[in-house]
Design a protein around this ligand. Structure first.
Ligand code: PGA
Length: 229
């Protein structure tokens, strides 16, 4: 299976010009570029090979929902993937119930939904079994696995420079797949130095990359590595 690299740019870069430049430099077939909403269209316009993703979606179709973006709006921009339940959004108060509704709304219009799950450090420290149980709890609302991808992102590894042990990540990916049989990504401080350790695990379908994806050179190096698998 081909490994896919998902570039979650988060709230970067600052201008459309920079976004377009980064998109051009990252435009390869097995990449999904996930820019901030205001740059989706400009990025889409320059992509020839990579796919387009969005960082979030709302669950209602239209109406009085200040600040929200509907699944249809994303579809019309030719967005293929959408991230749901990222730990940076859960931290802002997004509940499992909201995430479940977003998953449904996204898949209902044919978007591929990347559901992020992962444990905080306190849970991780308590050991493997507790970690797995914690992740399982985040699955209780999954009803339909069509168009679903799961990203295992330990909260303590996102943006911290700390990684999960690739063997642990593979074990969690196996555990996830034993509950719901969908592709599983790993995310959390991946870069060109550790990408291979995760990508070589057969259970890991690709990476959800934050920081390293907004550094064009670093991302290109990771693409080169992913191509070997
Ligand atoms: P990071 O982010 O690679 O900067 O840790 C990963 C993510 O948030 O998806």
């Amino acid at each position: 299976m081909k490994k896919i690299l998902f570039a979650n740019w988060k709230m970067n870069p600052m201008t459309e010009n920079e976004a377009v430049k980064l998109a051009r430099a990252s435009d390869v077939k097995d990449a999904v570029l996930i820019p901030p909403f205001p740059f989706l269209k400009a990025v889409k316009n320059v992509l020839k090979n990579a796919s387009l993703g969005a960082q979030d979606v709302f669950y209602e179709e239209e109406g009085a929902y200040t600040g929200e973006v509907s699944p249809q709006m994303l579809k019309k921009l030719e967005v293929k993937y959408v991230v749901v339940g990222h730990s940076e959004r859960r931290r802002l108060g997004e509940s499992d119930e909201m995430i479940a509704k977003k998953m449904k709304a996204g898949t209902d219009v044919g978007l591929k939904v990347i559901l992020c799950v992962g444990e905080p450090l306190s849970v991780y420290k308590k050991g493997k079994k507790v970690t797995e149980e914690f992740i399982k709890k985040q699955f209780r609302f999954i009803k339909d696995k069509k168009n679903l991808i799961i990203a295992y992102e330990p909260i303590w590894a996102v943006g911290t420079g700390k990684n999960a042990d690739p063997e642990d990540a593979a074990r969690v990916a196996r555990f996830i797949k034993s509950i719901v049989s969908v592709p599983v990504l790993y995310g959390g401080s991946t870069n060109s130095k550790n990408a291979e350790d995760f990508l070589k695990k057969k259970e890991i379908a690709g990476l959800l990359i934050g920081g390293a994806s907004i550094d064009a050179k670093e991302f290109q190096k990771m693409i080169k590595i992913a191509k070997r698998f």
